[in-house]
Design a protein around this ligand. Structure first.
Ligand code: SF4
Length: 377
């Protein structure tokens, strides 16, 4: 597969809004993790040598969890072995190698080891520049660490840096979204990912809301802050190329763009998903169950599903509308086009239909509208 994802499940604590598949650990079992992932790669390769094609890797993404909790030498071993298995050379930067990091973990030493190991893009979990908000989120860093982490990364030669920010927080936090955007922009990241807060079951946030300690996020605030971000980022030369992602120049995430355009990918590690263009499969999500399966020489795959042509078409439609590629004009019934364009939800060109920021706010409804119109048989 030309795109490889690695799930690093470890975190030192659970953030208040997070329902990801993670393993909260004080001591990170780095050696066991690296061995397990490399053994899984061997399992995949023996079952299907074509899944690990030499010379064809385009992107590698270390996500989590918190990849930056792994000791730098463990990341170095992991990346060297993976790139080598795919016949890629870290020094040439032909492969986009992204690692997610939390600001508190990024030191000059980590940055230079990562750079030497082939990392050329870092996605930094900034979330906010307000220390009260960061404490409320149960994040481990303070605002000052974000700039320090970017400085360390740039000092090591990693200039392609994305910042994650969360918006639409409960009103009582009095979070100043405009200030956070301005502080993020002042650091000149090449890329920004902006996510609206969602309340997931079984998170501390869901519990706080259910006992009335915090008000649920409001839809109006979500729309207001999302649209403000579009205005602010456009004024600084950023372009939204996907509903939640904006970049300068050509600094799009090539890895995530592969997902959005329906390309095949291989996932390794607990909870990782893989897709071969027809079927999707996923690994057991708990780290202990994953580690046991690998140690016993068993496959860690929990389940798989073959997508029907209709499911594939629906997915293609949804993913295309998420991005600035949009869908072909011929895919939309003319009455829908007229109605949507009249509301300002889409831009229509001779070939394509693309969401405006207002359209992205109601993406699910637009896709439902198309399926109700019988666009997907
Ligand atoms: S650091 Fe990321 S993955 Fe870990 S708990 Fe926080 S939000 Fe979830």
């Amino acid at each position: 597969m030309p795109h490889l994802y690695l799930h690093v499940p470890f975190c030192v604590r659970r953030c208040s809004y997070c329902d990801f598949s993670i393993a909260v650990r004080k001591r990170i079992p780095a050696r066991e993790y690296v061995e397990a992932v490399l053994r899984e790669l061997e399992q995949v390769r023996s079952a299907d040598p074509g899944a690990v094609p030499r010379g064809a890797l385009k992107t590698l993404y270390l996500g989590g969890g918190t990849p930056s909790l792994l000791p730098p030498d463990a990341v170095s071993t992991l990346l060297t072995s993976l790139l080598d298995a795919f016949g890629a050379t870290p020094s040439r930067d032909a492969v986009e190698v992204t690692a997610e990091a939390n600001p508190e973990d990024v030191t000059p030493e980590l940055a230079s080891v990562w750079r030497r190991a082939g990392v050329n893009r870092v996605s930094l979990g900034a979330q906010s520049f307000d220390d009260n908000v960061l404490r409320w989120m149960h994040r481990s860093h303070d605002a000052a660490r974000i700039g320090a982490a970017m400085h360390a990364l740039r000092g090591a030669g990693i200039d392609n840096i994305s910042l994650d920010l969360i918006f639409a927080l409960p009103a009582e936090l009095q979070r100043d979204w405009e200030r956070d955007l301005d502080l993020a922009l002042s650091l000149l990241p090449s890329h920004l990912s902006l996510y609206g807060l969602t309340v997931e079951e079984r998170t501390p946030l869901a519990r706080w809301i259910s006992r009335g300690a915090v008000a649920a996020p409001e839809d109006d605030r979500y729309a207001e802050e999302y649209l403000l971000a579009h205005v602010r980022l456009a004024a600084h030369g950023y372009r939204f190329y996907e509903v939640s992602n904006a970049c300068h120049g050509d600094a799009r995430s090539r890895h995530n763009s592969a997902y959005w355009s329906g390309r095949p990918y291989l996932g390794l590690g607990p909870a990782a998903h893989s897709y071969d263009g027809r079927a999707r499969r996923w690994n057991v999500s708990a780290w202990p169950a994953y580690a046991r399966a690998i140690a016993a020489g068993r496959s860690p795959i929990e389940s798989r599903e073959v997508l029907t042509p209709r499911q594939r078409e629906l997915e293609r439609l949804y993913l295309s509308l998420r991005t600035d590629a949009g869908v072909p004009r011929t895919a939309c019934p003319p009455d829908r086009l007229t109605a949507w364009a009249g509301e300002g939800w889409v831009e229509v060109t001779a070939e394509s239909v693309r969401c405006t920021p207002q359209g992205w706010l109601r993406l699910d409804a637009l896709v439902r509208d198309l399926t109700d119109a019988g666009v997907v048989a």
